[in-house]
Unconditional design. Structure first.
Length: 365
């Protein structure tokens, strides 16, 4: 574990060491590879959104209010507040006959610098529909209305809608509800904390469902809903994040083979559908990957996720090359002079000693 860091340097001098935790699991939750502490209690933040969306789908609010797959993708999003995201949020509100004032999230600067520059020029002040979590909040309102619960307090931990979220999420993690801890997220909804490898387990189940496979008793009756969430994200990556954002570019590059989702303060999760690549890693089906950077650095997070995809052999070199700017972020000064780099001295630990590095010997560092 002493080597489970990403290192940034300046002129060959170590500047920062960023501790990494990661877990790679199959759809049954069996650990295949780890970094750091795969059992680290981790706030999933927005990486939990697909599981929260499952609870919304199970209220039948999606069918009742006519939400389509792009709407479901927005429920799972940490979007860039681009015009298409704001417009879709407003349309979703109209479908449930709700108003922006019903949202219990607040406005904030966009996650996109391009959008922020436009807002500044227009002297625009973002409101609740501009929240990167607006889709999730509209989904919660729809779920509350579908089960006949009041909408006013939909965000509070003891609301019936949040009770459904807590049960669905714990069951997807194969945990008792009492084994999941809860805090309050930046958008004002409850956010779960559990062992990091359980986050990977959720995403492996999403991918397994997209393959038509069952992954445990808790997900056996949820296959269609889990598959729909996976397909909604994979088919509408522009709704999940936005132009130039890692989640969108990752899912575009892999074209339906996987989904990926950011959580604030540097957590990430990926669900990979079954392929020869996943079977080579010792699973006969889907794969889940979860990552946490201890110091919350997003630039390092994206670099690590891309490095792990390479080491695990997920996707062709051509596909992964589309993520190159994230894999090896340029370290340049204001004059464009290269000042240093990013390196990955860590080694994946396998479930068996001889499996510590899954890559062919020619690729192993």
């Amino acid at each position: 574990m002493s080597e489970d860091f990403v290192v940034t340097d300046r002129g060959g001098i170590v500047e920062n060491r960023h501790r990494v935790h990661a877990a790679v699991v199959d759809a049954k939750g069996r650990l295949l590879y780890t970094l750091g502490n795969p059992a680290r209690l981790t706030l999933a933040r927005s990486a939990a959104k697909p599981a929260q969306a499952l609870a919304i789908l199970e209220t039948e609010g999606v069918e009742r209010f006519g939400f389509d797959d792009a709407d479901i993708a927005l429920m799972c999003a940490s979007h860039s507040s681009e015009e298409r995201h704001i417009a879709r949020t407003r349309t979703m509100l109209s479908k449930i006959k709700a108003e922006e004032a019903d949202l219990r999230c607040g406005g904030h600067p966009s996650l996109s610098e391009t959008v922020n520059r436009v807002w500044i020029k227009q002297d625009f002040i973002p409101t609740a529909v501009c929240s990167n979590c607006s889709g999730k909040h509209v989904g919660m309102l729809a779920g509350a209305r579908a089960i006949g619960a009041g909408m006013e307090d939909y965000h509070l931990p003891d609301h019936p809608m949040q009770g459904r979220v807590k049960r669905a999420l714990a069951e997807l993690c194969d945990l008792d509800a009492r084994e999941v801890e809860w805090g309050i997220d930046g958008c004002n909804l409850p956010t779960p904390a559990f062992a990091l490898d359980r986050l990977a387990r959720i995403y492996a189940k999403l991918a397994a469902a997209a393959d038509g496979e069952e992954a445990g008793e808790a997900s056996s009756t949820r296959g269609p809903a889990l598959a729909r969430i996976f397909q909604a994200m994979a088919r509408h990556p522009d709704m999940v994040a936005g132009e130039g954002r890692y989640c969108t570019l990752l899912m575009r590059a892999f074209n339906g083979a996987l989904i990926g989702k950011l959580g604030a303060d540097a957590s990430y999760a990926i669900g990979v559908r079954a392929s020869d690549e996943t079977r080579r890693l010792g699973t006969d089906g889907a794969l889940g990957i979860s990552v946490k950077i201890e110091d919350g650095n997003l630039e390092i997070l994206y670099a690590v996720v891309t490095e792990l995809l390479e080491r695990l052999g997920i996707g062709s070199p051509e596909i992964r090359s589309r993520l190159a700017p994230f894999h090896h972020p340029p370290r340049v000064n204001t004059m464009g002079v290269t000042t240093g780099g990013v390196s990955f001295p860590f080694k994946l630990r396998g479930s068996k000693p001889h499996e510590d590095d899954p890559r062919p010997a020619a690729l192993a560092r």
